[in-house]
Design a protein around this ligand. Structure first.
Ligand SMILES: [Zn+2]
Length: 86
């Protein structure tokens, strides 16, 4: 007996191969605070593709967070420096 860990055999959305697939969240789950919404969109993805995109998901999250904090820092500088461009 083989454990399938919630996977089924299906067509991977990304590579198009028929193999074991699991639900990949689109957009990535890490963009949302916990508890996660229960109605998130998912697509079937094989382990190779799902894991291959996990670093991209982390990178995207870091990029978005950095942008958010950069904007907050610039706003703070503008208030301190009297609306002059930073
Ligand atoms: Zn795949």
């Amino acid at each position: 007996m083989t454990a399938n860990f919630g996977r089924t055999v299906g067509v991977c959305t990304y590579c198009g191969e028929t193999k074991w697939v699991s639900a990949d969240h689109v957009p990535p789950k890490n963009l949302f605070p916990k508890p996660y919404p229960t109605d998130m969109w998912t697509v079937p993805a094989c382990d190779d593709c799902n894991q291959g995109f996990s670093k991209d998901d982390d990178y995207f999250l870091i990029f978005v967070m950095e942008r958010h904090h950069r904007d907050k820092i610039r706003k703070r500088f503008r208030s301190v420096l009297g609306q002059r461009p930073v």
